[in-house]
Design a protein around this ligand. Structure first.
Ligand SMILES: Cc1ncc(COP(=O)(O)O)c(C=O)c1O
Length: 391
């Protein structure tokens, strides 16, 4: 493939339900222009310097004030600006792990995080998550896996989970499960897994469509073993490459003391100034409200179309937020093997097996509904249903 400007590519005859990307028409170009003008007019010189390693105070203060309004604000020394969740994951692996360390990963889970862990030669150990019907709940499965590892004399370093509007399942851990998870991790850190940290990927927390989700895991143990990863990608624009993490002061200090930041200063410093202005101007709250309303409609259109067009042997659950519907295909249909047939019928998806560090997901597919118009969501479900029936 030659030079390209953006990661996204769309094939003309295929309704692409692959991409977990925002609706292009909703990207707030005009507001970004205004925020950039404000940042340059007011703080141009500061915004164009090397930035503070932790990220500019201006943005951290805006984020803390906003999180406070939304429910819970970490103290500023527990917040650090990142280049988005992907960069944060890569940085945490670089700074906190050695090749061969055990990383427990909820299964299924965001498949591209698995790639980042693999780049660091980590030993991925899947833990069945709530997305698999019929298996023990995630926390029980986690307890069993930690015991197994301890019996083998191995200690886990990280647990990676997307507990709120999981990618790909759309599921959200209950408050009771969150409390149980935090208590289990705290107990294990006192015994067999002293270095275990939880990476809570909270990319979709604000994108709820029925009711707000429970508190983040981090809120349950703010100075403890949870690192919460938040991102502007889904609530503002992925091209900003900007996010933030909340963690204990020790972890934040470890990150901001690293050589890369010492050399280059804070990550995406100019963009961070623009994001601070964007929040200060009231644009972020307004934008998130717009996204919620629009994505709620798209979710409803997709779910109604699935109910109308998919064979009765398919199964999915109503999702309360996030970007994805997680569909079980009829018995005998393998999501990866069926994809070429689906694409020939004019619809695409991501096969379920991609989201598993181990076995599983062959009978599933993930449908992303945020990028695609109402008409295409309906047509995509119709094409998928027809292709499955013809098979
Ligand atoms: C769960 C999850 N985490 C992280 C990302 C990527 O985050 P960022 O754009 O902040 O690197 C995505 C994007 O799809 C995601 O679904």
């Amino acid at each position: 493939m030659g030079l390209r400007d953006v990661q996204l590519f769309l094939r003309p005859d295929i309704i692409e339900l692959i991409w977990g990307h925002p609706a292009l028409a909703l990207l707030p170009v005009d507001e970004m222009r205004q925020a950039t003008e404000v940042a340059l007019a007011r703080d141009g010189v500061l915004a164009l310097c090397y930035g503070a390693e932790q990220g500019p105070a201006r943005l951290i203060e805006q984020l803390c004030a906003r999180m406070d309004r939304l429910g819970y604000a970490p103290p500023p020394e527990q917040v650090m600006i990142t280049g988005g969740t992907s960069q944060a994951l890569d940085m945490l692996c670089t700074l906190l792990t050695r090749p061969g360390d055990v990383v427990l990963v909820e299964s299924p889970v965001y498949h591209l995080a698995l790639r980042i862990f693999r780049d660091h030669d980590l030993d991925l150990v899947p833990v069945p998550g709530a997305g698999q019907g019929g298996v023990p709940l995630f926390v029980e499965a986690l307890g069993e896996t930690l015991e197994d590892l301890a019996r083998q004399g191995r200690a886990a370093r990280l647990l990676y989970t997307v507990p709120t509007y999981n990618n790909p399942t759309g599921k959200t851990m209950s408050m009771a499960q969150r409390g149980a998870l935090v208590r289990l991790v705290q107990r294990e850190r006192r015994t067999n897994h002293p270095d275990l940290l939880v990476l809570e990927d909270d990319a979709y927390h604000e994108l709820w469509y029925d009711e707000p989700p429970p508190s983040s895991l981090y809120e349950l143990a703010p100075a403890g073993p949870i690192v919460r990863l938040a991102s502007f990608s889904k609530v503002l624009a992925p091209g900003l490459r900007l996010g933030w993490l909340s963690a204990s002061p020790e972890i934040v200090q470890r990150c901001i003391g690293c050589g890369m930041l010492d050399s280059g200063g804070g990550i995406n410093h100019f963009t961070a100034y623009v994001a601070a202005a964007f929040i200060e101007l009231g644009f972020l709250d307004r934008h998130v409200a717009t996204l919620r309303a629009e994505y709620r409609e798209r979710r409803d259109v997709l779910l109604a179309a699935l109910a109308e067009h998919l064979p009765s042997a398919c199964h999915w659950e109503r999702l309360g937020g996030g970007f994805f519907a997680w569909v079980r295909l009829p018995p005998g249909v393998d999501g990866a093997a069926f994809l070429p047939t689906a694409e020939a019928a004019g619809v695409s998806y991501v096969p379920g097996a991609c989201f598993y560090a181990g076995e599983g997901g062959d009978d599933r597919c993930r449908l992303a509904f945020t990028l695609v118009s109402h008409d295409d969501l309906a047509a995509g479900a119709r094409r998928l249903g027809q292709a499955l029936r013809e098979r």
